[in-house]
Ligand binder design. Structure first.
Ligand SMILES: [Zn+2]
Length: 325
């Protein structure tokens, strides 16, 4: 195992690189309070040894971990949940009610992810998913509060990226752990204009209208900091949210402009449209990467985004056909 890469943030929060795909792509977080600890998101089962060594570095024993809280069940966030729970005898799993059954029986999740990533990539990236005993699972509806030492974590139901998504508001830092709900912002694209943010429409529950409403709710909490999974913290969310909304609108416009029949050709057309928009937007933001570098950094995201938009279009078409009958 390579040395874990982590950053100690204020308010007893540690941002840990899960080393999924490449450094700087996906983070998870350790929060501490008065001898108790919680993880928000976990990375994959390959991340588990790293998380254990970060705990050791922080002087936290596995018995002190009280909660494991995946923001949603997509595997770059929750693939390691089962393996991690095996290490923490006193931990409970806190998860959106729609996500709970997939942690207790991950077979559907495994089948869905294999369809998206392909068998070979699934095995290499995620291995096998370990079920979590039902007695250890807490379903967290909107407004559910987790008490960790002297701090309170508020779970918020946040559809848009996925229906099984919660964000976690931490009053102490006035920060929100947003999983994918505040989009992606890779540090490679930071310029003097600040971070660059964009949406992520991973299959299969992308819902742009719900997402805009979710952003209204999150901004209603007047957060000072956003803890992203992809990647690490960004500040002044009131300025960044405009970029995120703009990217949501661009995503749907790109999908609606693709005129081919449903299927691979249309997905490829959407993917090309997203890349064209992204190259231009990054250039405007003052980024110095050449197109090939952007392609390399973003190719997996853009492929998943295009697949998710294709699913979104198909659902719209099905709903429109149903409305006619
Ligand atoms: Zn996701």
């Amino acid at each position: 195992m390579s040395q874990p890469r982590f950053r100690t943030l204020p308010h007893q929060i540690t941002c840990i690189d899960t080393e999924y795909q490449r450094p700087g792509l996906a983070a998870c977080y350790l929060i501490e309070s008065e001898g108790e600890a919680a993880f928000i998101d976990t990375g994959t089962s390959n991340t588990v040894p790293m998380l254990l060594s970060v705990l050791e570095a922080r002087g936290v024993a596995p018995e002190q971990v009280k909660y494991v809280i995946p923001t949603h069940v997509h595997l770059d966030h929750a693939g390691g949940v089962g393996a991690l729970m095996q290490q923490f005898p006193n931990a409970r799993l806190v998860i959106h009610p729609y996500g709970a059954r997939h942690m207790i029986d991950p077979s559907k999740l495994e089948a869905g992810a294999t369809a998206v990533y392909g068998e070979e990539k699934f095995q290499a990236d995620f291995g096998s998913l370990i079920p979590v005993d039902e007695s250890r699972v807490i379903e967290a509806p909107d407004g559910y509060r987790v008490q960790l030492g002297s701090r309170e974590l508020l779970c918020i139901d946040t559809p848009g990226h996925a229906r099984h998504h919660i964000c976690i508001y931490d009053e102490q830092s006035r920060g929100i752990f947003t999983g994918d709900t505040f989009g992606l912002s890779y540090r490679e694209f930071d310029t003097e204009k600040g971070p660059f943010l964009l949406a992520t429409s991973t299959p299969i529950q992308f819902d742009p209208d719900a997402w805009h409403e979710t952003l209204d709710r999150l901004m209603g909490l007047s957060p000072e900091v956003i803890y992203l999974t992809h990647y690490c913290e960004v500040r002044k969310p009131e300025l960044l949210v405009k970029q995120l909304r703009e990217s949501l609108n661009q995503f749907t416009a790109t999908a609606l402009a693709a005129d081919a029949e449903p299927g691979k050709a249309r997905t490829a057309q959407i993917r090309a449209g997203l890349f064209k928009w992204l190259q231009e937007a990054l250039q405007k933001h003052g980024c110095s990467q050449i197109p090939q570098e952007i392609e390399q950094l973003m190719s997996m995201d853009m492929e998943l985004d295009a697949q998710g938009l294709e699913v979104w279009l198909q659902k719209r078409e099905e709903a429109a056909a149903e409305a006619k009958t």
